[in-house]
Design a protein around this ligand. Structure first.
Ligand code: FES
Length: 87
């Protein structure tokens, strides 16, 4: 089980948090990960920037997530973290 928090603070909100939440929800549904992932929104993670949304996966905060780099983020960061959390 892993916790994913998408920042919905004002800066990340403007950078498209809502869209990132939707992309994550789609992945969770398509891959049947409902039992493995707890998805929530959170307030500012203190890492605002202009390149994208901040997302916390477990204890790590990743910044600059956008719809265009989401696939890479999901495959290279989130999926391995989910697999690790299963062990
Ligand atoms: S608003 Fe998201 S890190 Fe600050």
């Amino acid at each position: 089980m892993i916790f994913i928090d998408v920042c919905v603070g004002s800066s990340c909100h403007l950078m498209g948090s809502h869209e990132i939440v939707k992309l994550i929800q789609n992945e969770i549904a398509n891959r049947h990960l409902d039992d493995e992932v707890v998805l929530s929104g959170c307030f500012c993670l203190g890492k605002c920037n202009r390149s994208g949304v901040s997302v916390k996966v477990g204890e790590e905060v990743y910044t600059g997530i956008t719809p265009s780099n989401f696939r890479e983020f999901w495959e290279n960061t989130v999926m391995p973290a989910i697999k690790n959390s299963e062990m």
